[in-house]
Design a protein around this ligand. Structure first.
Ligand code: SAM
Length: 234
């Protein structure tokens, strides 16, 4: 956990730029698709777990306007601070509140939110199942869950290409541009250790989510899972 904290402290102000560079800008499209899969509506209260510099929070804020709100929740204040200028420029800045805390142990009461989302963050937790259980706990019955996370491409030749890129090129680019080679070695390794799309679906169902479905993005480099907590008229 200390390592993850130090890592995001060190890259906070380069995070958006590095993300855009290393994903060729595709991460914005993945995030838009994933948020679009949730069916958010005006008035919803959304929790963005491991929200970082706030891309998802800003996208969600647009969708829940004019009466809804978003809590951007992250353990690392530097990451949230790095995203504040972009949030301040957004038309819906007033809808987003920043809260610092641990995703494995949240202080929100049970059944607080209509939606809980996490993108590229759950993999960083020491016990990611605990993070899912916390998201389930703070969701209202019938509330929507979404997890966007890296995975592995499904087509073999594309997977080879992607492995070469992520294991060999990414750490070099990370070292040169962010002076952070080890951090970009950790990224592909942690992706390989994370459950695949079907296994993750089963974990989410075991956590208590229902109607879980997923969509592979860019041949499976990223996968967006959505589900629900029990039943409620939205
Ligand atoms: N969601 C953002 C996005 O998609 O661009 C940021 C993702 S960034 C890769 C991962 C974020 O998870 C970092 O901002 C980091 O501080 C946060 N994080 C890591 N461990 C955490 C924890 N235990 N609780 C809350 N946030 C955590």
């Amino acid at each position: 956990m200390q390592w993850v904290r130090r890592h995001f402290d060190s890259i906070a102000y380069k995070y958006d730029y590095m993300n855009t560079l290393l994903s060729f800008g595709v991460h914005y499209q993945w995030k838009r698709i994933a948020v679009g899969m949730m069916g958010l509506g005006a008035g919803d209260r959304v929790l963005d777990v491991c929200g970082g510099t706030g891309d998802l929070s800003r996208m969600a804020a647009e969708r829940v306007a004019p009466t809804g709100s978003v809590v951007l929740y992250d353990i690392n204040w530097e990451m949230m601070a790095a995203g504040r200028p972009k949030t301040a420029e957004s038309q819906h800045a007033g809808r987003i509140r920043h809260v610092q805390g641990d995703a494995e142990n949240m202080s929100f009461p049970d059944e607080t939110f209509d939606a809980a989302i996490v993108s590229f963050g759950i993999r960083n937790l020491t016990h990611f199942q605990r993070g899912f259980a916390e998201m389930h706990r703070v969701l209202k019955k019938g509330g929507v869950f979404m997890c966007l996370e890296f995975s592995e491409p499904v087509t073999p030749w594309f997977r080879c290409l992607y492995d070469f890129y992520s294991f060999h090129l990414m750490p070099i680019v990370g070292k040169i541009l962010a002076n952070c080679g080890p951090a970009y070695c950790y990224l592909p390794e942690s992706i390989r250790l994370f459950p695949g799309a079907d296994e993750l679906k089963a974990i989410l169902e075991k956590t208590g989510f229902c109607d879980v479905r997923y969509r592979r993005l860019t041949n499976g480099i990223a996968v967006a899972h959505v589900g629900k907590k029990g039943d409620r008229v939205r």
